[in-house]
Design a protein around this ligand. Structure first.
Ligand code: UDP
Ligand code: MG
Length: 136
């Protein structure tokens, strides 16, 4: 039985700036994800604030939004069976120090804030986040 889902992935500024875009995309493809849509963009801080609105009460919110808008990012729609969960698994823990071997954040993450990738955390948020970046 198939359970095809789509999720939003972002390659964050720290990874784009280190030219890790292709290596990270290879990790997705090797795990069976299809990249349905992708674009490299830089967003305004005000857009980052909308995207991360769920975190607006957190102490790290302002720095997080400044960071996401600090340089080019690659936003992608990934598709696979159980894509939301499978992407979170491949990303690894938010803090790269806690991320398991073989995960993107273990391999490339620098710190809890510069952790190289974003991934939607639920099917509902995946739909919201895909529409945020790819409203046709
Ligand atoms: N973040 C941070 N400091 C923290 C927690 C989170 O800078 O103490 C940043 C980090 O870049 C993380 C993002 O905020 O990826 C969103 O946090 P969330 O808890 O949603 O983690 P994620 O879903 O990205 O694993
Ligand atoms: Mg999150």
């Amino acid at each position: 039985m198939s359970n095809l889902e789509q999720t939003l992935s972002i390659i964050k500024p720290d990874a784009v700036e280190r030219n890790l875009e292709n290596e990270i995309k290879e990790m997705f493809k090797n795990k069976g994800f299809s990249i349905l849509k992708e674009k490299k963009i830089q967003i305004e801080k005000s857009e980052a604030e909308k995207f991360y609105k769920v975190h607006e009460t957190k102490p790290f919110y302002s720095d997080l939004c400044a960071y996401l808008s600090s340089g080019p990012i690659v936003v992608m729609v990934l598709e696979k069976d159980s894509a939301v969960f499978e992407n979170r698994e491949l990303m690894g823990a938010t803090n790269p120090k806690d991320a398991k071997e073989g995960t993107i954040r273990k391999k490339f993450g620098i710190s809890i804030d510069k952790n190289s990738v974003h991934g939607s955390d639920s099917i509902e948020n995946a739909t919201i986040e895909i529409n945020f970046f790819f409203k046709d």
